[in-house]
Ligand binder design. Structure first.
Ligand code: NI
Length: 187
C-alpha cells in the first residue's frame, strides 16, 4: 500500500524518532509499504517520519543511482534503530533532494566516511563503515530520524533565495505526482 509522504513544514519531520522493539506491531507490512511508497515516488531512501511515524526505521534502495555511481548497484538496506558515527572530517559537497521537499534540489556538504550500527528487519545486529554517495544517502535519512532535513545544512543566504519555494510547500501551493500530507494549517 502506498503511503502519503509528509511534507516540509509538518511537525512530524521535526521530532526526534524513538527506537523500536521486535514487538513493534505490523513491522513487516510497514516495511513493505515503505518500500512501495519509495519506489512509486522514485526515491532512493525513505525514513519513517516521512510517512508520519517518529520511529527509527529507514529503507534505502540506491540501485537507481548505479549509472552515476556503479558501487550502488543492488544496494538495498533496511535500517532499524541506527546509530551513526562520523569517522573523519573529510567533506564533500553534492546535490540532494528529498521526497518531503518536492521540486527542490540543493548542494549539501557532508562527511565522506561514517560508521553505522543498526539492526535489520529480523533484529540481527550490523556494524559497517560506509563512504561516498551511500554514506551521503544514509546521513540524509539519518537526519530525518533526528528531526532534521537536508536544507538545514544550507547557508542562510541560499535558504533566503529558496524561501518562496519553501513557503509554497508549507502552505500546500505545489503540485506533486505522489500522495502527500501537508503541514496542518496555522490558525
Ligand atoms: Ni529526505
Amino acid at each position: 500500500m502506498k503511503l502519503p509522504i509528509y511534507l516540509y513544514g509538518h511537525p512530524v519531520l521535526r521530532k526526534i524518532s524513538q527506537d523500536i522493539t521486535p514487538e513493534y506491531p505490523g513491522l513487516k507490512e510497514l516495511l513493505e509499504n515503505m518500500y512501495e511508497t519509495m519506489y512509486s515516488s522514485d526515491g532512493v531512501g525513505l525514513a519513517a517520519p516521512q510517512i508520519g511515524r517518529n520511529d527509527r526505521i529507514v529503507v534505502i534502495d540506491a540501485s537507481p543511482l548505479a549509472e552515476a555511481f556503479p558501487e550502488l548497484e543492488g544496494v538495498k538496506l533496511t535500517l532499524i534503530n541506527p546509530r551513526l558515527e562520523v569517522l573523519d572530517g573529510q567533506e564533500e559537497t553534492r546535490g540532494e533532494g528529498c521526497l518531503s521537499l518536492p521540486g527542490l534540489s540543493e548542494n549539501v556538504k557532508r562527511v565522506e566516511h561514517i560508521r553505522l550500527t543498526w539492526v535489520d528487519e529480523n533484529f540481527q545486529p550490523h556494524d559497517e563503515e560506509f563512504s561516498g554517495f551511500l554514506a551521503r544517502i544514509i546521513q540524509h535519512e539519518y537526519d530525518h530520524l533526528e528531526g532534521k532535513v537536508y536544507i538545514d545544512h544550507i547557508s542562510p543566504i541560499r535558504k533566503q533565495l529558496i524561501r518562496a519555494k519553501l513557503n509554497n510547500i508549507v502552505t500546500g501551493k505545489i503540485r506533486c505526482d505522489y500522495p502527500v500530507r501537508y503541514a496542518p494549517r496555522k490558525k
